[in-house]
Design a protein around this ligand. Structure first.
Ligand code: CA
Length: 226
C-alpha cells in the first residue's frame, strides 16, 4: 500500500511517516501542493493524506485537482483549523475523511485503515462486462452509461451471470442460486427471466452480451472482437 503524505511541517511529516512505516505502508512525503500533484501524476497512491495549510497550492486545491483528474484514491485531510467550513468544503471537493490537529497517531492510523478497507470493497463491488456495469453496493446497473431499471429477481439473475461472465452457466445452476428450492420445478422460469433482462440489457444495443447455449443454459460474455 502506497501513501502520499503532503505536510509542510517537517517534524510532523517525519512523525507520521514513521508511524505509517511501522505499519508497513510505503510512504512518500512532500511539503507543498504543486509537488504533490506532480508526484500523483507519475506514481500510483492507494491513499493521500493532505494537510490543508500548505505552501504554493493548499490541500483543498490539491484535493479538487486530483478529483478533476479522475484520481479516485481516498483522501484524508488534516488541518489545524478546526473550522467546520473547511471540513465541509473539503468533503464537497471529494475528500473522504477529515482529521483536525492535534490528533492521536492511533486515530490517524485507524482512519487510514478504514479508508483503505472501504476503497478495496468499493473496487470489488463493481462488476463490468464490456459496457455493462453493475454496482453491488448501490445495486445500480447501466449499459453504455444509460441506467437500466431491473426488478430484484432480474437483478439477481444478471448479477449471477456477470459473476460467471465468459462461462457457460447451466439452467440448473441458475435455478439453484437465484431461485429458491420450491421454484426449481419450473426451469422455464429462467428462460422467462432471461427474456426480461435481454429486453432491458441487450435489445437497444448492436452487440448482445447474453447468449443462449442450446440445451444447456446461458453465457454472458464480451462481444467478439471485430
Ligand atoms: Ca501545514
Amino acid at each position: 500500500m502506497n501513501i502520499l503524505l503532503v505536510e509542510d511541517e517537517t517534524k510532523m511529516a517525519a512523525f507520521i511517516k514513521e508511524a505509517l512505516g511501522e505499519q508497513h505502508y510505503a510512504v512518500d512525503v512532500t511539503h507543498d501542493g504543486d509537488d504533490a500533484l506532480r508526484m500523483a501524476e507519475v506514481n500510483f497512491y492507494d491513499l493521500f493524506i493532505l494537510d490543508i495549510m500548505l505552501p504554493k497550492k493548499d490541500g483543498l486545491a490539491v484535493c479538487k485537482e486530483l478529483r478533476e483528474k479522475k484520481n479516485n484514491s481516498p483522501i484524508l485531510l488534516l488541518t489545524a483549523k478546526s473550522k467546520l467550513q473547511d471540513k465541509v468544503r473539503g468533503l464537497d471537493l471529494g475528500a473522504d475523511d477529515y482529521l483536525p490537529k492535534p490528533f492521536e497517531i492511533e486515530e490517524l492510523l485507524a482512519r487510514v485503515r478504514a479508508l483503505l478497507r472501504r476503497s478495496k470493497q468499493d473496487k470489488s463491488a463493481i462488476l463490468q462486462v464490456a459496457d455493462l456495469v453493475l454496482n453491488q453496493t448501490t445495486q445500480e446497473v447501466s449499459r453504455a452509461g444509460k441506467p437500466i431499471e431491473l426488478t430484484s429477481k432480474e437483478y439477481a439473475l444478471l448479477r449471477y451471470l456477470m459473476i460467471h461472465a465468459n462461462e457457460i452457466v447451466p439452467r440448473t445452476m441458475i435455478i439453484e442460486h437465484v431461485w429458491d428450492v420450491e421454484s426449481a420445478a419450473f426451469t422455464n422460469v429462467v428462460d422467462v427471466y432471461i427474456n426480461y433482462i435481454r429486453s432491458k440489457v441487450d435489445k437497444d444495443f448492436s452487440c448482445p452480451l447474453i447468449h443462449t447455449v442450446r440445451a444447456v443454459g446461458y453465457i454472458l460474455k464480451e462481444p467478439e472482437s471485430v
